[in-house]
Ligand binder design. Structure first.
Ligand code: SF4
Length: 246
């Protein structure tokens, strides 16, 4: 049975409530200072399908092996793949990083993204995603972390939780969820919600066997309600309206 999705007004209220509950559970996440937008972008590319620890090992190895971004852009793909192997998918990630650097150098005549700090969100996202190897999530993560933007990146884990909570329809892909969710995120709290949702997805709302008994969002969760009819009566928010667009 498809998971039910609530109305736009309800969803906005619901996301505010979720943000508050997660803040109460996990606290306010610290912002880690990034040295540059390009560093943040490459770290984000390295982070695909690996742990934060292995991503950091790969990034540090990259910086130790090569003395600057131009050297990395000109390096043979195999040498680049060796330097970042601790992050896994070495060849694929090496190709993506090198292609992006070459594209950027051609477009800007230098390997630097700091000019994006002075551009509006839409321009910055569109600029990064003009390169075919950069998706909306990668652009959002980079700008959220290194440019302090109030953008809410949606990875597969956040996507799963948002579907379970009835915020987005099941058929909405993570990529297409960004414009759907953007107007619903409480102002100034995108970073906090993103980081806390990642913690929530790792510890409670896991991909397999979510720990619903430990979750204080059962009463607003479509997934839980669909699987436990009758148990969620009396919740603060009642989800009755089904629809597929915001
Ligand atoms: S009730 Fe279960 S499925 Fe719903 S948000 Fe909580 S852990 Fe996830």
């Amino acid at each position: 049975m498809p998971i039910s999705v609530s109305s736009p007004t309800t969803r906005k209220r619901k996301i505010l409530k979720i943000t508050d509950r997660l803040l109460h559970r996990f606290g306010k996440p610290k912002r880690i200072k990034q040295s540059s937008l390009l560093d943040a972008l490459v770290e984000t590319l390295l982070s695909q399908s690996t742990t934060d620890h292995n991503r950091d090992l790969a990034f540090n190895s990259l910086k130790k092996t090569f003395s600057n971004w131009d050297e990395i852009a000109d390096a043979p793909q195999a040498a680049l793949a060796r330097a970042i192997r601790s992050a896994g998918l070495g060849n694929q990630k090496a190709g993506r990083i090198r292609d992006f650097l070459r594209w950027l150098r051609k477009d800007r005549e230098q390997l630097c993204l700091e000019f994006l700090h002075h551009e509006p969100d839409d321009f910055a996202v569109q600029y990064l995603t003009r390169h075919k190897g950069i998706g909306v999530k990668t652009a959002y993560v980079t700008l959220m972390l290194a440019s302090n933007r109030d953008l809410f990146p949606i990875d597969v884990h956040i996507h799963r939780i948002m579907i379970r909570l009835g915020i987005i329809p099941e058929k909405t892909t993570p990529e297409k969820s960004h414009p759907v969710l953007a107007p619903l995120i409480p102002k100034g709290r995108a970073h906090e919600l993103h980081m806390n949702m990642l913690s929530f997805g790792r510890t409670i709302c896991t991909a397999r066997n979510p720990k619903c008994a430990d979750c204080d969002m059962r009463r607003m969760c479509s997934y839980y309600k669909d699987r436990n009819p009758g148990k969620s009566k009396g919740g603060e928010i009642h989800l009755t309206q089904k629809q597929t667009s915001p």
